[in-house]
Design a protein around this ligand. Structure first.
Ligand SMILES: *Cc1c(COP(=O)(O)O)cnc(C)c1O
Length: 391
């Protein structure tokens, strides 16, 4: 057999051997409820404060701000809502273009569309899987037209309003470099860190970069509140504005219902925050076990020439939210997926690229999306719950 052809049966056996005994079948990412999860929920119910006025929301926000090295945190009902609100306060308006990677979960593109804006799709860097700084610079150079204090896409005439890198599978992008580029073009950087809570870039938390960054606590994320999200920022005025628009833009008053703009019912309920507090207390443990699982998969791949483990980018420490392998031979992908599923490893490919979905088929894009297309075709995500790690 040529050295890049994978022996599928041997590969599946080897990968399955990494997982703790008795843990198969395993979905891609199952939550783990233990410790004080139930007590925190029960205490919240007993207190009667189940909606967003409760004390646990504030506590959860403070704990998140601390964890991510940020001044402010605003917890929301979902990561998608967090992205939407972050784009709005960053000044994204109807008819603008927002630079996002083509390789991302649909929420990033949807949030742009909720603003009435258009996603402009960029290519990925092979080492981070996320937005490629070189492709960003090339795209900006090729299309930018200065218009007073704004910049426009000279091909569409639309204003460019923001840059949104995504930490794909938990691996941080090069946000130091991306922030420099954003500054050069006077664009806000909004980091979609929904998958990277607990990851570090240059020893700094993944959520600490950009004017704004966004987290998610969906059931499949590393820390879950059932559903939920958060927005992080160091800017006092932006934080205040976020608190306002995520709570129906209601003016503070003892009894009057006066709202001064069209706001959103986006604030996280206290019940979810109570679970979040208990979960967040175990973040370091989750990361440690997920990294142990990652080391096991990585080790297994060393003996499998047709398969490369997707490891953390240089300069980062990843939470390995989802472990992934890259197949050398694209034509083996579906047979490999079948075999993994048969063995109880419910592996999945990456998301369909945004420009291949009907809603975004006409979205403006960089001259090439070749890296994103290649990664999307050949990467398989493996079951990655912390509870799959051998003790
Ligand atoms: C999970 C996720 C989100 C947010 O999703 P919600 O389910 O709304 O919390 C956004 N972007 C990416 C890349 C994600 O993985």
């Amino acid at each position: 057999m040529s050295s890049d052809v994978l022996d599928i049966a041997a590969a599946v056996k080897k990968l399955a051997s990494v997982i703790a005994p008795g843990a198969l079948p395993a979905a891609l990412h199952e939550p783990e409820f233990a410790g004080s999860d139930k007590e925190m929920l029960a205490a919240c119910l007993d207190s009667g404060w189940v909606s967003y006025a409760g004390p646990q929301v504030r506590e959860f926000e403070s704990a998140l701000a601390r964890t991510c090295g940020r001044k402010h945190c605003i917890a929301t009902v979902s990561g998608t809502a967090a992205l939407h609100a972050a784009l709005l306060v960053a000044g994204v308006e109807r008819g603008d273009e927002v630079l996002i990677p083509a390789l991302t979960f649909i929420a990033t593109a949807n949030a742009v569309a909720y603003c009435g804006a258009i996603p402009h799709l960029l290519d990925s860097a092979p080492e981070t899987l996320g937005l490629d700084p070189d492709n960003l610079v090339q795209t900006l150079r090729a299309m930018v037209l200065k218009d007073g204090k704004n910049i426009r896409n000279k091909n569409t005439g639309r204003r460019i309003a923001a840059i949104v890198p995504v930490h794909v599978l938990g691996h941080p992008t090069d946000d130091v470099r991306l922030a420099e580029i954003a500054k050069l073009y006077d664009l806000p950087l909004i980091v979609d860190a929904t998958e990277s809570l607990g990851s570090l870039r240059d020893a700094k938390p993944a959520g600490s970069f950009g004017e704004l960054s966004v987290l998610s606590f969906n059931g499949n994320k590393i820390v879950t509140t059932g559903g939920g999200g958060a927005i992080l920022t160091d800017d006092d005025a932006i934080a205040e504005r976020l608190r306002h628009i995520t709570t129906t833009a209601k003016q503070a008053h003892k009894w009057a219902f006066v709202h001064d703009e069209i706001g959103f019912n986006y604030r996280m309920p206290n019940l979810n925050a109570a679970l979040g507090l208990a979960q967040l207390a175990r973040l370091n443990d989750f990361v440690a076990r997920k990294r142990r699982l990652a080391a096991g998969y990585q080790d297994a791949c060393q003996a499998l020439p047709g398969l490369a483990f997707v490891s953390e980018p240089a300069g980062t420490q990843s939470n390995y939210w989802l472990n992934a392998v890259l197949l050398r031979r694209l034509e083996q992908r579906d047979r490999m997926l079948e075999a993994l599923h048969e063995a109880g490893l419910y592996a999945r490919p990456l998301w369909e690229l945004m420009h291949r979905l009907p809603m975004f088929a006409d979205a403006p894009r960089s001259a090439t999306l070749a890296v994103a297309e290649d990664l999307q075709a050949r990467i398989l995500c493996l079951p990655s719950s912390p509870k799959l790690a051998t003790p």
